[in-house]
Structure formats: C-alpha cells, structure tokens
Design a protein around this ligand. Structure first.
Ligand code: 4AD
Ligand code: MG
Length: 502
C-alpha cells in the first residue's frame, strides 16, 4: 500500500482529506506523551503534524529514534483539523527513515545572529528564512511580470566591466588575464545603449560595491533591477517606479500574507501603500531636517523610547525570574526564547538610543550640497506612511550621468525613493544628461576620464533622445516589505565587509 500512495506536498494536504498519501521531508521537532508521538515534518511547502500511535509498532519505534532534521518519508491518511498547522494532519501508518541526523547545531533555543550566519547553509531551513525567501521570490516575480507586461525587453548586461558606473571608490578590481577589470556596480550605462535599440528595456542581476560601511543597509553583493526608457523625462520615470512598487506590494499581499504574519510584519502598514507617493525636493527635505518641528518631535520620541526601554528591561527581569522556576522541556525553551527576544529588543533599542541624539544633531546641522546620510533618510522616511520621492539633489553629490536641471544648474533631475517607517532609499533614478560636453565635465570633476567612456558618449552623438531610468535594490525592498531590520537576512548568502562565509 505504502509504495503506491502518491507523494503530496504539505501545502496541498487539505485537498486530499481522507486519502492515504506520502510526505517527503525533514523532522523539525517532535513531542510525545508515551502513547503517541507527534512528528512535526517540514517539506519546504509547509509544516505538518504527523501522529504516530503506539499501535503502529514499527513506525512508533522508528519515530522514537528520530532527531531534529532527520530525513524521512511518512505514509498515512490525511485528517482535516482546523487547529493543526496547515489545517491538516497525518495519521501515520508507515515511516521510512532516510537518515537520522546527529547533533543538528541549530536548536530551538537561543542563537545569536553571528552563530546563525556561520551556519547559514543550515539556517536556511528554519521558518524565518523560509518565509523571507518566499517573499523575495514573489518580489522578483512581481518585478519581472510588471516589466514584461508593460512592453519592456529584458537585456542582460556584463558583470566584468572596464570602469566605474557610479563612483570610483566602491569598485572591486578583478585580474582579467593581466588587465585590471572591475565587477559591475550597475548595468545602467550599457542599458542606455540597449534602450536606444529597443525603446523600453530592463536588466536584472547581481551588482557589486566595495562599500566599507557596516550598516544594516549595505551589502557588497546585491541584486538590482534597472529599467531604462527612451523618450521619457524624470516625471515619467517616477510614475513608472511608483507603479512598479504598487504592483510589488499588491502581489506580496496577495501571495505572502501568512509569511508576513509569521515574520511579525504589520501588514496594515503595507495595505495603505497607494499612489501617488508624496514628492519633495532635496532642498525641502533639508528644510524639514533642519526645522524646529522635527527637532521637537524627535526629542519627544526620544523620551518616549527611553521610557519604552525601561519597560522592556523590567519585562526582561521578570522573564528571567520566571525561567528559574520553569519546568524543564518545552516550557523552559519557550521562556528562553522569550528572554532571547527581549534581550535582543533591549540591546537594539539601547544601541539606537545612544546614536539618536547624534542623528538629531546631524539633521539639525544639515548642509545644502551633501548627499543625504543614512540617518537623514531614516528621519525623512519616518515622517511618511507612503514611500516618498526626494528629487533634485545637488549635482556634485550625485553620479556623472544625471541630467543637469535646465532651470537650476546646481541640481540634477534625479530622485531617490525612500521607503516608509524609516527604511530609507530603495530606489535611485534619474533622467540622463544628453549633452556630451556636460557629461565629460561631470566625469572629470569626479576623477573619471571621458576618453574611457567614448562608447557611452557616442550614444549622445547618434540620435540622442531624452531618456531615464532607475535601479531598485531587491534586498532593501524585501527588508522593508518583511519589516526586517538588516538586509543581510534577505539574501541567501550575504556578502558584507565582515562576511564571505559560507
Ligand atoms: O542609487 P544607486 O546607486 O543607483 C544606481 O546604481 C543607478 N545606476 C540605477 C539606475 O538609475 N539605473 O543604487 C540603486 C539601488 C539603491 O536605491 C539601493 O536600493 C540599492 O540599489 N543599493 C544597495 N543595496 C544593498 N547594498 C548596497 N551596498 C547597495 N547600494 C545600492
Ligand atoms: Mg542611490
């Protein structure tokens, strides 16, 4: 009987109630009351409680040997049960063990992020990363669908390049048969050529930046989607970005509600995302940062958060007292988990409160001409429930290819899109400069040699048209959508200044 029963994915169990089926997966956990063993099996599509009664002698004795992450095939009949995860459980008749896993290093109890990252190859199996990567998958598919359905052609751009696409400082050199090449920082320059061939194009691939910053927003290897549109001005490009973000949010809300809830995301905050997004110029953002109202608001928040920290510390003390009297086993593990969460929350808030006065100070001393810093972006984006466009940055703070404003030569026709709730920049975009002389001048000012970019300047000689585009960072977008602080968790194997293993 066992051999013939069909293999079913856990997510589809509900559709085969009463049938005998096989599940293939791994043991996430188990508990027992002596007469019955409950196996919690995961298969990548979901979790299923498999019930093994002592009466099934063979299955019961195998089940009692099973350890966390042992691989197995379970045969049994499907019972609908609203209380079970996935609303179905399996009454086990047969159990085949593929391997009993010895001493799986990741247990239910407290692990720090560094330990988990050292075991990233195994940590991927835990529920939190699984939920995150389901969302990431939806985000990428939503992006591709959006461009494919709106007349864009996908064009893949090179990863090995002869020079900077953004700035010279963050290039990774590569030895290319004795010649010095670099890993690409952006597909944009090449994409502009493709745009003159195809009209509307996009590229989607890994990009590299030797960022010496250890912030929660920076990776050295990240994925970026970049559209480029011929005959478009900056306003049209911003509307495109807005439409794309709305399409991504809608798709994630429709496909990943359960994942978002598992991650503790405030889903309501995503449901309110609606175009048009607010727009302000860089100069207005600077006035906002320097202003008296924001200072008062921030100082008030600082006081509130200090009080919140005290509450958390009291809760932590209480939880630690409870742990001393907790029964061994599940109760104790649950309490340890709670303590770990509280400790993390206390640590994070404490850290943040230490730098907050500096951030307020930085905002107040904002100087026109510099790029917005990370903390400035956080402050601006915390003032809005919608993503907010900040436009018209000072020319010297931004990349050489951005179009100089015809009405104010000190600024460029660019925009950053800042995600709300303090997440900050997720998109950078602009209309592109068409005048080859102006581009050459900007290049020289930034230490780049126009002669190295002869091919790029050619685009301005042969049928130049107004055009523009943007780049969206996948990891920062997923972090925002999932309500995750640090981008390192949103890519399977993060590369940062401090980590390239595993
Ligand atoms: O603003 P950036 O540098 O824009 C460009 O690269 C343009 N060439 C895009 C274009 O117009 N075609 O980067 C775009 C986005 C950022 O908004 C951010 O989301 C992400 O890429 N990003 C990073 N993500 C993670 N780690 C880093 N170090 C990142 N640097 C940029
Ligand atoms: Mg940028």
């Amino acid at each position: 009987m066992g051999e013939e029963s069909p293999v079913v994915a856990i997510r589809d169990l509900k559709t085969v109630a009463g049938k005998v089926v096989r599940l293939q997966g791994w043991l996430q956990g188990k508990r027992s009351n002596g007469k019955v063993i409950f196996l919690l099996v995961r298969d990548g599509t979901g979790l299923c409680q498999c019930v093994v009664e002592a009466a099934s002698v063979d299955a019961f004795s195998k089940a009692s040997e099973l350890t966390q992450e042992s691989s197995l095939i379970v045969t049994g009949s499907v019972r609908l049960d609203e209380r079970a995860p996935g609303a179905a459980e399996l009454a086990v008749s047969e159990l085949a063990v593929l391997q009993v896993a010895k001493d799986y290093p990741i247990s239910r109890k407290a692990h720090g992020v560094d330990f988990l990252m050292d075991h990233r190859h195994l940590w991927l199996r835990s529920q939190r990363p699984v939920a995150l990567f389901r969302v990431r998958h939806t985000v990428i598919r939503a992006i591709r669908n959006f461009f494919d359905e709106n007349g864009f052609t996908l064009m893949d751009m090179p990863i090995l390049v002869p020079g900077a696409g953004e700035d010279r400082q963050s290039l990774f050199p590569v030895d290319y048969f004795g010649e010095k090449l670099f890993l690409t920082q952006t597909g944009q320059l090449y994409l502009e050529s493709a745009c003159m061939a195809m009209g509307k194009v996009y590229c989607f691939g890994p990009t590299f930046r030797a960022e010496k910053s250890k912030t929660r927003r920076h990776l050295t290897e990240f994925w970026m989607v970049e559209p480029e549109v011929a005959f478009a001005d900056v306003d049209e490009v911003m509307r495109l970005a807005e439409d794309m973000i709305c399409a991504i949010v809608a798709e994630v809300l429709s496909k990943n509600r359960a994942d978002l809830e598992f991650l503790g995301r405030d889903v309501a905050a995503l449901e309110t995302i609606m175009k048009p997004f607010p727009r302000m110029t860089y100069t207005e953002a600077g006035e906002l940062l320097r202003g008296e109202p924001i200072r008062r608001k921030l100082e008030q928040e600082l006081e509130q958060d200090k009080a919140r920290l005290q509450v958390l510390i009291t809760e932590l003390d209480a939880a630690e007292a409870v742990l001393k009297t907790a029964k061994k086993g599940w109760q104790q593990e649950k309490q340890e988990e709670r303590i770990r969460e509280l400790r993390e929350a206390v640590g994070e808030l404490d850290q943040e409160l230490k730098v907050r006065p500096d951030h307020i100070q930085l905002a107040q001393s904002f100087k026109w001409g510099e790029d917005l810093g990370g903390s400035d972006e956080t402050l601006v984006s915390r003032q809005f429930e919608q993503p907010v466009f900040v436009t018209d940055y000072p020319r010297e703070a931004k990349a050489f290819y951005m179009k100089v404003s015809p009405t104010d030569p000190r600024v460029v026709k660019n925009f950053d899109l800042l995600a709300p709730e303090g997440y900050g920049e997720i998109i950078g975009g602009s209309q592109r400069e068409e005048d080859p002389e102006v581009i050459a001048e900007s290049m020289t000012a930034k230490g780049l040699r126009p002669e190295d970019y002869a091919w790029y300047l050619d685009l301005r000689r042969y049928g130049s048209v107004p055009h523009g585009g943007f780049g969206l960072g996948v990891e920062r977008t997923v972090a925002w959508l999932c309500g995750i602080k640090h981008v390192r968790e949103t890519i399977p194997f993060p590369r940062t200044m401090g980590r390239v293993y595993p």
